[in-house]
Each structure stands twice: as structure tokens, then as C-alpha cells.
Design a binder for this molecule. Structure first.
Ligand SMILES: [Zn+2]
Length: 278
């Protein structure tokens, strides 16, 4: 009898918990369980837990090099998913699932290797398509003050004309939004147009840069439409620790949210590298 009372007590308590959990929910005209926020939460709770691990530990290959985790790309991923949710949340997992569905891949909300590679290929597909080398008439020589290193030689200060105009517009907006001092190095140009000869020279000096580093055959820098911009840290170092600094600077965060408006798109792997695609 005592046991039965206890059981009834437990059941009553359980019902009360269920009732109180349900009561704050908005009353919906349809009873489609799968669309309620609570149902979404439970469906993607496991995916969110897996994402927490994969964010730091997923092993994948890019540019012939083993990569670890996707935390360096949190911002770009959020932009692609059109969500401001933290990567560890169930809502983020739900956004991953919606994106996976649109891409026609398994929509489980887990940002695993397949999903990440699909996202990388989407990003890479958004880059500059025409990689024809710039002709001299398409280039102008930008003033030293636009450069991270103002002592940079004149022939290394060339930029494709429309790219330069768009860059100046974007820079003005960034200076305004970020309240950058005129003396700030942020978003100054590190490198712009590079001739094939110059690029080959760079490769000779740094033969181990690998395919994720300096492009061998058709660098977007040949077009004069690729700009390496200073976003903090060591200007163009792909080490994870350096990129972790760069992807958290206000300058980089601003670019991710705003560069597209000015026609610039990122190279996900190099936070400093932006291409004018208009
Ligand atoms: Zn570059």
C-alpha cells in the first residue's frame, strides 16, 4: 500500500512537471508537433552535443594538410547558415539541418566531415571565377598609405581598378563602423596584384607553403582582384593559433558581416584574403 501511494505520488508529480512544462507554450492552431520549438530542441539536442565535440576535434583534410575542428570558421558558418546562435546550441544544429536539406545532404544537424566539406565547396564556389591575369591597363598603382607596409615597392602596389574603388568604399564604411583611427593598420592592404614571376619567386623562397598556401598555377592575385588585408595577428600566417586571433578581431568580424555588400568574398582558409567578385 505504501509502495502504491509512492507510485501514485511519482505519477502525479510527473504529470505536474509535464503540465507545467507545457503550459508556457504558445497555443498553436495546428497540432504539428514537429514544428514546435520544444520538439526541435529535443530532436537536435543530440546533434548539438556531437557538434560541441566536432567543433574542436573533427579531423579533415584541406590543401593536403590535416585540419582539426571547425571552430576557426564559426563566423563564416554562422553567416552561411544565416544564424547568430552559438555553435553549441540546439538552434544552431537546427540551422545546420535546414542548410543540409537545402544542399540535398543528410539533414541531421551534425556538422560532420560530409557537411563541412559541402560547406567548404559552397564557399570555394563563391570565389572569383575568372582568373585571367590583369593587363597593365586594368591596374592602377595605389598610394603607399593604403598599405600595411608603406615602404612597399611601387610595382607591388598595383590593384585592379574596380577592385580598388570598391575597397576604398568598403574601408570608409569599416572606419566609420569600427571607429578605426587613421593610423590603424587594420584593413590596410598587405598584398594585392602579384605577377606570375613574382609569385614563382615567392614559392622558391618558401617551398613548403603547400597548396593551401601559395597557389602555383593560377593565383587569384594575378587578376589584381584579390586583396590580402590586415585583420590582426601575424599578417599572413595560416597556423591555427594565429588564425584563431585573426577570426576574433573586430576587423575580421566586420568583413564577414559586411564585405559581400561591397562585392568582396572570403577565402575561408586565409582570414586576410578577400576577392572582388563583381
Ligand atoms: Zn591572398
Amino acid at each position: 500500500m505504501r509502495n502504491l501511494k509512492l507510485q501514485i505520488g511519482v505519477i502525479v508529480t510527473a504529470l505536474a512537471v509535464v503540465a507545467s512544462a507545457q503550459s508556457p507554450r504558445p497555443v498553436r492552431k495546428t497540432s504539428a508537433v514537429s514544428t514546435s520549438p520544444a520538439a526541435t530542441t529535443s530532436a537536435f539536442a543530440a546533434a548539438a552535443t556531437t557538434n560541441v565535440t566536432l567543433r574542436n576535434d573533427l579531423t579533415w583534410i584541406f590543401g593536403g594538410k590535416q585540419q582539426r575542428g571547425w571552430y576557426l570558421y564559426d563566423l563564416l558558418i554562422g553567416k552561411t547558415l544565416d544564424t547568430k546562435q552559438e555553435p553549441i546550441t540546439t538552434n544552431f544544429a537546427a540551422s545546420v539541418a535546414s542548410w543540409q536539406k537545402r544542399r540535398g545532404i543528410r539533414a541531421d544537424g551534425v556538422l560532420d566531415q560530409d557537411a563541412l566539406m559541402a560547406m567548404v565547396s559552397q564557399w570555394q564556389g563563391n570565389r572569383l571565377k575568372n582568373r585571367a591575369a590583369a593587363t597593365p591597363d586594368q591596374l592602377l598603382t595605389a598610394p603607399p598609405s593604403d598599405f600595411y607596409d608603406p615602404s612597399r615597392a611601387e610595382e607591388l602596389r598595383q590593384v585592379e581598378r574596380s577592385t580598388y574603388a570598391a575597397y576604398k568604399e568598403m574601408l570608409a564604411a569599416a572606419i566609420d563602423d569600427l571607429k578605426l583611427a587613421r593610423t590603424s593598420s587594420y584593413l590596410k592592404i598587405i598584398s594585392s596584384y602579384r605577377s606570375r614571376e613574382y609569385q614563382e619567386d615567392l614559392r622558391r623562397k618558401s617551398p613548403n607553403a603547400g597548396s593551401a598556401g601559395l597557389a602555383v598555377n593560377n593565383s587569384p592575385h594575378f587578376t589584381g582582384r584579390a586583396l590580402d588585408l590586415y585583420v590582426g595577428g601575424d599578417p599572413v600566417d595560416t597556423k591555427d593559433a594565429n588564425r584563431a586571433i585573426q577570426v576574433n578581431t573586430p576587423a575580421y568580424r566586420w568583413l564577414v558581416q559586411n564585405a559581400e555588400r561591397f562585392g568582396f568574398r572570403p577565402y575561408f582558409y586565409e582570414p586576410w584574403h578577400w576577392e572582388y567578385v563583381k
